[in-house]
Ligand binder design. Structure first.
Ligand code: PLP
Length: 424
């Protein structure tokens, strides 16, 4: 630590910081280092991390292999503009991703955040239809409970009622909104909607298997098969937003593997770099990418952020993929899932608890009211758990050990029980 004491920087800097999703001056805990599943605070105390950097730090914090790769890259080339210049970490990563992701994905566009990777996916869809002589196909369809980012175009895809962007209604044209097709009635309704709007629809976008920020709502893989079938029937592209679910979180490397139904365009971020540096990727299947091998004016993808394909982030991502190859992350996710299911079970049936659900390394206790008010109860128990909306949830690093995970689950059981008793 250099310069002023941590308590000083927190206080003095706090009047300059604009915090996310919070009022000015909102309190934050001062983290001075992190390692494995532990965050160390300025007073020397430790928190076991149940959130993993907003669901991204799959290998834990400061993994030595990622640190080494980033340090080596920092010595050589931290960053270089990506137009007209190339570097090995990005080219190697693109090739590895096209080989790793099931189906015939053939092109990768790198950006620096999940939201922007979704925006790029939208542009690919729009330009694809322009090249195909269908510039009228320029609308999108998304689902109730969905979340795809905070930028203006991605907000238009979020659930307008329940998403955190309700206040911006009217600022942009919202996407067509549908219920996820989970039964014959909703499938028929979506079929009808697609049939009415196919002439103007560029793509359907969905989070496969789990709608994350919408409240960790889980659904069956068959729904993705229905979406694939309906999009094919109506000539609409399908985008899977695996920004949250990608890289093992649902128990398979990519959630859509469980459905055996691939999208046309895929968005990845978060755990792509092991949760260490900002990086995102938008992948297109071969038929989509090949349409861009044309001299049509729209065959030049109109995007190119300054920090795209940052070399440090790509080095981190390559090291993260090495770890997935070397270490049993998917087995770890399965073990976490079994432990979450067993240890969160005592919450089920408590007054005020609507349900307990688990998928892969995601465990959720849903309450019958807002859970934000419980946030302050967790750090004193030595854990970092951050309820939102009506859920208290865990998405720990996939490397977490049994004892540490039990500390997290028992904290949830303790807090939820006390809350449940206190409400009556
Ligand atoms: N899409 C999904 C499914 C997400 O969960 C998120 C972030 O939580 C995003 C998009 C936006 O990613 P970012 O916060 O990196 O812009």
């Amino acid at each position: 630590m250099t310069g002023s004491k941590p308590a000083d920087w927190l206080k003095t800097g706090g009047s300059s910081i604009w915090p996310p999703y919070a009022r000015l001056g909102a309190e934050a805990l001062p983290v001075v280092s992190a390692s494995g599943v532990r965050l160390t605070l300025a007073d020397g105390s430790e928190l076991i991390d149940g959130v993993a950097n907003w669901w991204s730090a799959c290998h834990g914090h400061a993994h030595p292999a990622i640190r080494a790769a980033v340090s080596a890259q920092l010595e050589r080339l931290p960053h270089v503009m990506f137009a007209g210049l190339a570097h090995e970490p990005a080219y190697r990563l693109a090739q590895r991703l096209t080989a790793l992701v099931p189906s015939d994905f053939s092109r990768v566009f790198f950006t620096e955040s999940g939201s922007v990777s979704v925006e790029v996916g939208l542009k690919i869809a729009l330009q694809y239809w322009m090249i195909a002589g269908r510039p009228d196909k320029r609308r999108f369809l998304s689902f109730r409970g969905g979340y795809h980012g905070d930028t203006l175009a991605t907000m238009a895809l979020c659930d307008p009622e329940e998403g955190m962007h309700a206040m911006f209604q009217g600022v942009f044209t919202p996407a067509l909104l549908a219920d996820l097709p989970q039964d014959a009635r909703s499938e028929a309704a979506l079929d009808g909607l697609l049939s009415t709007h196919a002439h103007e629809l560029a793509a359907v976008i969905v989070e496969p298997l789990v709608q994350g920020a919408g409240g960790m709502r889980m659904y069956a893989p068959q729904t993705l098969q229905v979406l694939r079938r309906l999009c094919d029937r109506h000539g609409v592209l399908l985008i899977f937003d695996e920004i949250f679910t990608g890289f093992g979180r649902t128990g398979t490397m990519f959630a859509f593997e469980q459905a055996g139904a691939a999208p046309d365009i895929l968005c990845l971020s978060k755990a792509l770099s092991g949760g260490t540096l900002p990086l995102a990727a938008t992948l297109a299947r071969r038929p989509i990418a090949e349409a861009f091998a044309s001299d049509h004016p729209a065959a030049v993808l109109m995007h190119g952020p300054t920090y795209m394909a940052n070399a440090l982030a790509c080095a981190a991502a390559n090291a993260s993929l090495d770890l997935f190859e070397r270490e049993p992350r998917l087995e770890q996710a399965a073990r976490i899932g079994a432990q979450l299911a067993a240890e969160l079970e005592p919450c089920r049936g408590l007054p005020g608890v609507v349900g307990v659900r688990v998928m892969g390394a995601i465990g959720v206790v849903q309450l019958d009211q807002d859970a934000d008010g419980l946030r302050g109860r967790f750090p004193p128990l030595g854990v970092w758990i951050r309820p939102f909306r009506d859920i208290v949830y865990l998405t720990p690093p996939l490397v977490i050990g049994e004892a540490d995970l039990s500390r997290l689950t028992s904290a949830i059981v303790q807090v939820v029980k006390a809350w449940s008793e206190g409400r009556s």
